[in-house]
Structure formats: C-alpha cells, structure tokens
Design a protein. Structure first.
Length: 216
C-alpha cells in the first residue's frame, strides 16, 4: 500500500507510547522503585531505556548509578516494578489512546495493509481487547517471545519472516530510541511517534493526526 509516498505491505506498531500512552505510568513505576534504592531516575535518563525490557533497564541503572545488587535483589526490583505499574495504570482508559491512532488504523484497514503489534509489554493483548482494538491487528508479538529485546532487530525480523513480508516492505511506528534502532537494523523504515527526534526516520510526529489525509 502507498503510505508516505512508498509502497508497504506491513505496518508494525510498538504498543506503549504508540497505541496507548502508558509510558508515563511505566516511568512513574521505575522512578518509585529506584527511589527505594536511593536513586532519583529522571525522565531524561529513562528515555533511552524505553522498550528495552525490565532486566536491561535494571542493569543499565545499576551501571549508571554504581548500584551493587544481587541477582535476587534485581528480580525483586522487577517484580516490584510490575506491582507499582499496576497501581499507577489502574486508571488507564480509552482517553489514553494516542491521538488519531484508531482513525489511522481504520485507514490502513481500508487500504488493505497488514498491521501487527511489536512490543516487550505483556499487557498489550489485554488492553487491545478492553478497548475494542484487537480487530485492527493481524498479530500481536510481545515480551513472551524468547527473542532479544530492542534495540536488537530480532523481533522485527521474526515478524517479517512470519508475516512473509520483506523487511524493506515494512514500516515501523516507534516512540523509543531502542525501538527505532532495532527497526533500522532490521532494514525497515520508521516513523518516530511522540515527538522523539530521529534523524533516520521517514517522519517524526507527535501523534497520528498529521498522517491522516484531510479527505478521510
């Protein structure tokens, strides 16, 4: 399908921060967890860690702040993060959908373009069902897969192979530096969502409204 002036057969969407504005809740949970370790994690410090997975985030913060934690302590931090996120995210509703995302998904469906989710989140399916969005996607690939986390290209390449689409025919929508890097390493084009600046992205947008033609 012709999207942004190029023919694509598959659009790949990250979930947190691209479909649903949950990243603020993830940050708040990590902030709380690390505060218990005497570390004040800022949003700027968290930004490069988005979408890399719990283990990678904990390891990165430990290196950054010289925290010496045992494997068991790191496991407990990961579990605590999950609990705190559940508390912060209890109020998530359709109002947290990224601007224009549902209209854009409807447009892609009318165009006949395949769409999938590529995320490290384990809650994506739950939210898609809760908000009636599951019908817009041909597959959900999440953190339950035994693949390297972003910025590794493994998830993107796995999706392309399973969907039988060449990487160069895939357009990825990402809001994290790790996700953008992974998609580019996979040989795919990227649209950066959420205002993140990415020099090699085909387009950088705050949300999906600028991508929807006025005739729609």
């Amino acid at each position: 399908m012709n999207i942004l002036g190029k023919a694509y057969a598959l659009c790949i969407f990250d979930f947190d921060g691209v479909i649903l504005d949950t990243e603020k809740y993830h940050y708040m949970a990590w902030r709380d967890v690390f505060a218990g370790q005497g570390v004040m994690l800022t949003t700027e410090e968290y930004l490069p860690l988005k979408s890399t997975g719990r283990e990678c985030i904990i390891e990165a913060v430990c290196r950054r702040f010289s925290l010496s934690l045992s494997r068991e302590q790191k496991k407990m931090l990961a579990e605590e993060k999950g609990k705190r996120y559940a508390v912060h995210a209890a109020a998530i509703s359709r109002k947290d959908l990224i601007g224009g995302v549902e209209q854009y998904l409807q447009l892609l469906r009318r165009m006949g373009c395949k769409t999938v989710i590529a995320t490290s989140s384990l809650a994506a399916k739950q939210y898609l069902e809760a908000f009636g969005l599951e019908g817009y996607f041909d597959g959900v690939y999440d953190g339950s897969l035994p693949l390297k986390k972003k910025p590794a290209p493994d998830l993107f390449l796995h999706i392309a192979k399973e969907q039988q689409v060449a990487p160069e025919q895939c357009l990825v929508f990402e809001d994290s530096l790790a996700g953008i890097e992974g998609a580019l390493h996979a040989g795919m084009d990227v649209v950066a969502v959420g205002g993140i600046r990415a020099e090699k992205a085909r387009k950088c947008v705050e949300d999906f409204l600028p991508l929807i033609p006025e005739t729609c």
